[in-house]
Design a protein around this ligand. Structure first.
Ligand code: ZN
Length: 189
């Protein structure tokens, strides 16, 4: 289980992909985030996109390394379902979701209401729903924010657990039945 050599056997092309993701977008996010110096174990996510019905249960970080194929699958299920645009989701956001899930005492995964949003989609949502809090420069457009709920768990419990993370923004939308979380500045609404 604790295979500390797994990074050494990563094929060169996989390393290249991993390095590319890290250097171009999330260089500062590729550190193990759960415990200082943690290099073994696995981080997993269970995601269901309520718009497409797609479901994904995956280990995306194993023994110190993010798995490119798993990140690609996550990026896909979190894509802009309106336009089909797929963009990278910040691994640091995934780590926050994984930690958050660990606090919810449930085997049910996250339902995804909104993941990545293309500029076109975000502008359209903003134009027709000023009051619902769709920001002009939403972190959804940077793969740094997601709207979620968990079947069978009270929304307020999810909100409170997210607030204890102090990892970014937390927006509470009881009318729409979701919580927005992001890894921008720590703030709440
Ligand atoms: Zn949101």
């Amino acid at each position: 289980m604790k295979d500390r050599n797994s990074r050494k056997i990563l094929p060169p092309h996989r390393r290249a992909v991993l390095a590319k993701v890290g250097t171009t977008l999330f260089a500062t996010s590729l550190k193990p985030a759960f415990a200082a110096g943690a290099t073994s174990g696995a981080r997993s996510l269970d995601l269901r996109n309520i718009h497409t019905g797609e479901h994904l249960s995956v280990d995306y970080w194993v023994n110190g390394a993010y798995l490119p194929d798993a990140l690609a699958a996550i990026n896909k299920i979190l894509r802009d379902f309106r336009t089909g645009d797929i963009q990278p989701i910040a691994p640091h956001l995934l780590d926050m979701l994984a930690r958050l899930h660990g606090k919810l005492e449930t085997s049910k995964g996250f339902e995804i209401i909104s993941g990545y949003r293309s500029p076109a989609t975000n502008a359209a949502l903003h134009a027709r729903s000023v009051e619902s809090g769709v920001a002009v420069k939403s972190l959804h457009m940077q793969g740094m924010g997601v709207d979620i709920r968990v079947p069978g768990r009270p929304l307020v419990l999810l909100r409170n657990a997210a607030l204890t993370e102090r990892a970014g923004g937390v927006g509470y939308y009881p009318q729409s039945d979701f919580v927005h979380v992001d890894i921008g500045r720590v703030r709440r609404w």
